[in-house]
Design a protein around this ligand. Sequence first.
Ligand code: 16G
Ligand code: ZN
Length: 528
Amino acid sequence: MDLDAITKYSALHAKPNGLVLQYGTAGFRTKAEHLDHVMFRMGLLAVLRSKQTKSTIGVMVTASHNPEEDNGVKLVDPLGEMLAPSWEEHATCLANAEEQDMPRVLMDISVKAAVNLQQDAFVVIGRDTRPSSEKLSQSVIDGVTVLEGQFHDYGLLTTPQLHYMVYCRNTSGQYGKATIEGYCQKLSKAFTELTKQAFCSGDEYRSLKVDCANGIGALKLREMEHYISQELSVQLLNDGTKGKLNHLCGADFVKSHQKPPQGMEMKPNERCCSFDGDADRIVYYYLDVDGHFHLIDGDKIATLISSFLKELLLEIGESLNIGVVQTAYANGSSTRYLEEVMKVPVYCTKTGVKHLHHKAQEFDIGVYFEANGHGTVLFSKAAEIRIKQLAKELEDKKRKAAKMLENVIDLFNQAAGDAISDMLVIEAILTLKGLTVQQWDALYMDLPNRQLKVKVADRQVISTTDAERQVVTPPGLQEAINDLVKKYKLSRAFVRPSGTEDIVRVYAEADSQVSWDTSIKKMCSENL
Ligand code: 16G
Ligand code: ZN
């Protein structure tokens, strides 16, 4: 390691005095103007991680659904997963080191993590469409080159596409080709094969309106469009040509405001969906004939997908185990429907994709979705091999079902939740089952629910257990929640410190909204 060069180049990406950041659930995220040094240092760290794992590592420059002025960065581990927790700590140490301590901290990390500095390193970089992203990704590249790492800059990519590229590169191309063309070809082939199986060939041509949050999703869906145009027509709105990224649009806006994004003209019963700013989340919605807005969130997406997968397995006669993974935010009705009607086991983890992803890896088929629309389905290697074998061996209807399942495996992004891939899966399932958006929505009725943000002096005084469903500290808070919840039917509430903002989040649901709203606000003002 050339410590003099590191010191010299680091000074060109100097850390603002007093700034302390933490590698949180979604990496580092803050105002773009504070991030130059973090990007440079994450370039350095990616090289160390690559040397240590002897694999390609990804660096994504994005702040997802945050306002356009923000930015962020996260590292992607060899199999396309989120960075390992011990390295999140290294990332935080490195990002916060004072200028003069940088070389020492880098050496410390190398020693602690037993990095062989002689090993080659390769880093791939992607970025979203924010005005600040291009320059910031250049700072990542500066960091990579100072440590003599090799790199490939993909330029504009969705976050899940970067995860896909990393996964492809570390599995010798077995998962797919590590190019945009490879990504589009893999997904569109699976989608076309699947939809070919639908009976309703005389059906009207399928079309879908997509709100792209004025972000990268628009560019990448356009690239996908001509591969799938025979089967599906997508009408792109908020494609970035006029509006501002995530402003009054996108999956996060639609989910949290429970209303359509700006720029979306909706006719009754028309199927619409929204991506978020880096296209790793998706939610669907429609207006009914009375003009009421209906949101179909990640919970209902998980339900549709799980029921389809279960039907296919039943048809094949194979007993692979399916598990559904949710967080505390999952609507109680969805959990009840999955467990009691569909008889699928449901597990709850802490918020944040890495927790859900990890749990989902325990099953032959692990379906995971956060209510906010982030999720995918993971197939174990053994399940994948078995399904491929059955698609060859079985006959007639069983063979058809096994072949469909084989295509479903290819259509899901196994590395990360992916709005484009999830959209294609959902469209294929709706076509195959001949379901309208209303019929999908009618699977179960969401319990009315509310989310509040509460500003407190120090959110870290709140600690939780049981996948964030129970408060441990401060004393008395959980008892207050229990007392309140007891008074309402089908009610549930929890409080947790946010991992991405300096606030506390409060969630409550019950079978009716009116009185509950006042009580939860009173409880917050008395206890927080
Ligand atoms: C991040 C997470 C998202 C989670 C959200 C919770 C990833 C890629 N993203 O955006 O999954 O729902 O944080 O935010 O893990 P909160 O802690 O502020 O509620
Ligand atoms: Zn996102």
